[in-house]
Design a protein. Structure first.
Length: 207
């Protein structure tokens, strides 16, 4: 069993940042990643909100961060999914598809997953018109026609934010009323460039 001072699970933006801080603090740190290091941000075609880079592809930005993390001394092991953890004792035990590790501390930076609609075309156009973060990606759709799916607070806040950027905002909601803060709903419905499709469901995304 290999011994490490710190094991970080996930080599996305959070895990890699933790890795940089750990090795700069003098810790022997191992980052375990089930896929290729870089995380979900590597899927972003363009990132415009990372200070220091006016416009950079997500892949390039994440490759830079991975390289920086390695250069500073963190060990990053890819295609090594963590399958079980025992965090009870002073020594933490981390099992992966390949090996067992012992560490003084474990940081879990395994990210989150977006609520997918599961409709045809969604995966195909992810990052190429299909976005799960209107606030992050809204500026990329400036002057364009956008469609927001949902009717809760996130959907209404996103649609409202997009009304100042997009030429037209259509909202598709499967019920006949929003389930969001009333003030936000009112503000959205007052916008001249908004149209809501009530009792409707998105079936497919295609060109
Ligand atoms: C298309 C798209 C565009 C985006 N654009 C922007 C943008 O422009 N600006 C912005 O700020 N944000 C953007 N985001 C959001 C950004 O990608 C996330 O906020 C960020 O990736 C979160 O980083 P994280 O490290 O927490 O998680 P993640 O990036 O999800 O990383 C978690 C990592 O953990 C790994 N992992 C999970 N479970 C295990 C396991 N059991 N064993 C080993 N490894 C595991 C995963 O494979 C993954 O690599 C975008 C996201 C997408 C999908």
């Amino acid at each position: 069993m290999e011994d490490w001072e710190l094991i970080i699970i996930g080599a996305g933006a959070a895990g890699l940042t933790a890795g940089i801080y750990a090795v700069r603090s003098g810790l022997k740190a191992l980052i375990l990643e089930e896929k290729i290091a870089g995380g979900t941000a590597a899927d972003a075609p363009i990132i415009e909100n990372y200070p220091g880079f006016e416009r950079i592809s997500g892949l390039e930005l994440m490759q830079k961060i991975v390289a920086q993390c390695r250069r500073l001394g963190a060990e990053i092991r890819e295609f090594e999914k963590v399958t079980s953890l025992n965090l009870k004792g002073e020594d933490k035990i981390v099992e992966t598809v390949r090996a067992s590790y012992r560490a003084k501390a474990v940081i879990i930076a395994s990210g989150t997953s977006y609520a997918e609609l599961g409709v045809p075309g969604e995966k195909e156009f992810r990052g190429r018109g299909v976005s799960y973060c209107g606030i992050c990606d809204g500026p990329l759709f400036k002057g364009k026609r956008v469609l927001v799916v949902g009717g809760g607070n996130s959907a209404v806040a996103t649609a409202l934010y997009l009304t100042d950027l997009a030429s037209e905002v259509k909202v598709v909601h499967r019920r006949d009323a929003f389930r969001a803060e009333e003030a936000r709903v009112r503000a959205l419905l007052e916008k001249p460039n908004v149209e809501v499709f009530w009792n409707s469901e998105l079936k497919e995304i295609k060109l």
